[in-house]
Design a protein around this ligand. Sequence first.
Ligand code: HEM
Ligand SMILES: [Cu+2]
Length: 629
Amino acid sequence: MSTSAVHDHEVAHHDDHGHEHHHDQSFLSKYVFSMDHKMIAKQFLITGITMAVIAMILSILFRIQLAYPDKTFPLLTTLLGRFAPNGRISPDFYLALVTIHGTIMVFFVLTAGLSGTFANLLIPLQVGARDMASPFMNMLSYWFFFLASVIMLSSFFVQKGPASGGWTIYPPLSALPKAMPGSAEGMTLWLVSMVLFVASSLMGGINYVSTVLNMRTKGMDLWKMPLTIWALFLTAILGILAFPVLVAGVVLLIFDRSVGTSFYLSDIVLNGVQQPFEGGSPILFQHLFWFLGHPEVYIVIMPAMGISSEVMSVNSRKPIFGYHAMVYSLIGITVLSFIVWGHHMFVTGMNPFLGGVFMITTLIIAVPSAVKTFNWLATLWRGNIRFTPAMLFAIGMVSFFISGGLTGIFLGNAALDINLHDTYFVVAHFHLVMGSAAIFGMLAGVYHWFPKMFGRMMDEKLGYLHFWLTFICAYLVFFPMHFMGLDGVPRRYYAFTEFASMSKWLTINTFVTWAAIIAALSQFGFLYNFFVSMFKGEKATQNPWESNTLEWTTPVEHLHGNWPGEIPTVYRWPYDYSKPGAEEDYIPQTVPYSQTMSSNLPHDFEDNPAGLEALNKYASTLKANEQVK
Ligand code: HEM
Ligand SMILES: [Cu+2]
């Protein structure tokens, strides 16, 4: 409340003095330590994209190893030095590559890049606030994220290279600095980076939650919020509750590494020497990790779900189907995601009864997931679809969510999972549902809100090219992995040529690598489009997609405080598209019901009792609709 009063004052101030005040902002306070949520959103986006490019390059490097395990490429030695002696990536470095690739993609791109960008951009703009609840903490949240990114990457420059052992950093590899090269300083940097990362997410999340709860404009009750806001809000709650548990786990791990505690270790022999650890359990770490880790996968997918819902409704020119069901299923996922973590641990020897409990709760998550899927399909049904690039990516998100979600049902069954665990089947599952679906949701958001962020349009043709190449290649990369997994091919192995039964997959591996290379190259088309359109794109109009939500009522040119005058009042839900009787095929949230009634049916009842009856009927439907929403 007080914050918005201050802002009101500031804005009035601006009006009085015209433009003079803009000069007060130095380069540093405008672009670097900006407290404006729109600028922070761009910082998160550009940092996220940079990290994504780095993680993508890492994946191409290890895919080359998988495709050509026996070939040597002198270029690799030139590029990577000691990490690739004699033209081949070393086994240690291979493990480091998959570890850092996974860490960056999951946390830095799909968590910080996705939520950080869209929560910052959209929460204030779509709920009608002048900024976040605490702009200062918001700025800190970005800078903690930036620092965490730099530290994570700096591990490539320490003596023994970055952390290895997988993005889940299970002990003992992570707990014994001498266990392998990737357990040394690289692992320390991983842990420090993650603590900073979590601090950043908490500062962001607390801001998002308090802004949604306290700073909505007049009329914006919870049931009038766009689904993107619902998704980002619930995601923030998930993060606030789950991330601290990871920090607890990581701090105990740091103790094990450096001060001789034994939280996670017991009876370890290293190079023939019995280590002093006693009474700890590596399985404790798995519990702590997956208590974060499973909610984390929903922290990644829920914003993508929210964005896709929004984009699909706008571009089908139809109300989202089952708005309430969409919200309740998000809430259901939020709650359930905390009681299923054990499905990552079916093979740890857990009591079969406990395994059964985790199996049931896991399979129940399929219900809200299916509700959402049906509602997306029903939203498309008979829509007047506009195939913008954003729309294609949103539909692609649904496609990947279905393909990847179905295999979750296999893995959720303990008896099946014991066979499939740690095989390429799991890799296929989560790359479709998280790697692909979440990335497509994010890209849908970038194409849709680019005009809002940069005041210019992206090139459509390049957008289509980007979509089709990425869509086809993602399936070519991840679909074959299901069959490798069913055949028992394990994940995280350096070369399969040692095993006669697995070397038959070499051709498929080569095929997958080439599909991955094409997918990676097509991302450069996107980058070209993104950066060139930022400066040279066609100027955006006020509301290029004819959308109902509040962000399109702010001026195209960004201004501090978002709205030059008063914040608009909200009267209706955000999905009034193609309303029967309406003049336009969309009615913004700011249009009162009274206005549409007279403009929808102009005067045709004056000497016409049937017309009057029609109007009354229309008015009561509107009222009924309002109750439904
Ligand atoms: C119907 C919903 C889902 C079910 C029933 C399900 C089930 C499972 C199960 C049982 C595993 C463990 C497999 C193993 O390690 O042997 C797993 C792994 C995984 N799932 Fe899902 N899943 C679902 C949806 C999702 C979603 C929506 C995401 C991400 C957005 C996701 C991301 C992951 C990841 C990242 C892993 C692998 C973790 C690792 O071992 O590195 N899953 N899933
Ligand atoms: Cu899980």
